[in-house]
Design a protein around this ligand. Sequence first.
Ligand code: GLC
Length: 423
Amino acid sequence: MRWMRAAGRGLLVLVVVLTGYAASGVRADVGAPGGRGPVTLATAGDLTGYLGPLLEGWNRTHPDEQVTLVELPDSADETHAQMTTDLRSGERSRFDVLNIDVNWTSQFAAAGWIRPLPRERFPLDTFLPPVVDTATYEGRLYAVPYVTNAGLLFYRADILEKEGIEPPRTWDELERIAETVAPKYGLDGYAGQFLPYEGLTVNAAEAVYSAGGSILGDEGERVTVNSEAAREGIGFLARGVREGWIPKAALSYKEEESKQAFQDGHLLFLRNWPYVYAVASAAGSPVAGRIGAVPLPGSDGPGTSVLGGSNLAVSSHARHPDTASRLIAYLTGERAQRQVLTSGALPPVRAALYEDPELVRRFPYLPTLKAGVLAAAPRPKSPEYDQVSLVVQAVVQDAMTGRQSPEAAVRRLAKELAAVSGR
Ligand code: GLC
């Protein structure tokens, strides 16, 4: 009988090793001995230049585990293309820790490019709840939330005050003010991120959600976009360009270009992420002290923002997985998260920071932002997310440039999304 037990044990070991390998496709477990040493951290463009100094803090105390920052372009799509090309190169991959957009977790996990992480190593219950969900795939933790985001409506408070007008809560109000007040001051009315890239998908999804619609249902398994609400949402964006209260230039804006137009004093209303508040309020900004931020307006009351942000993941081919995981613990720890906000102007994932009186004094939009993040709607979770996003961008661009009516655009969207997800 002893041989059976011994063979059984051997089998058990073999099974653990094999399933461990198959499930994660990794060389060594996170936390495995020998997993310490230098690592790289790949990220999309650091728009506020805070990350270098934050990583120096780590490098000073970890001489044998130095981290090198690899900064990729600031367009989400270009960063995605560069990361996936690198990850597909397998053993030759250069990236160890990946700062991935929240909506890439499923694709990266399903492809085996990132490894599952032990939940107990990270204080997930101290994070804002919706962000933790973006880091899991099929019930396992594949990344750790790092930065969150929710769209806000920025406005020129000085002008609205002069006019005795409250910031808009509905699209009707926004359109009316953009059409009548902006030209009086030589300004354009409204802009968001309308270049065809992930930013347009975000703006289009917000428009659809803010009219009460959806794009995909059941975790991406059903196409639900063919609705009156979607026609209304896409119609709002198309009408803006047609009627001129969205300037044509906005069709080529990403986050930075649209922020610049607002900061240079050319725009009355801007949909963008919270970093704009700190950057446009800084000394030297022409609109410093003259701006405000409110929740996004919607079809008949406040609208719905899309949940943005990024998560930190460990590449399946990471050279030193244990260091990678420790670096993630450092960057998501209380001190680094405070710096993410104070130096990076980015919304942290740690819930307690939103209640910190000193931080609320310095960043008065924190309560609005927290409410925005808690109410934000995720983008569809799908291993084919990049295809879904490409379809949305292409179709919505055609609607905004007037090549296709909102009705025809929504019909086409439903058809093409069904083809992408094979349904
Ligand atoms: C911001 C968001 C991210 C989103 C991107 C779109 O970086 O945090 O989630 O995908 O903008 O441009």
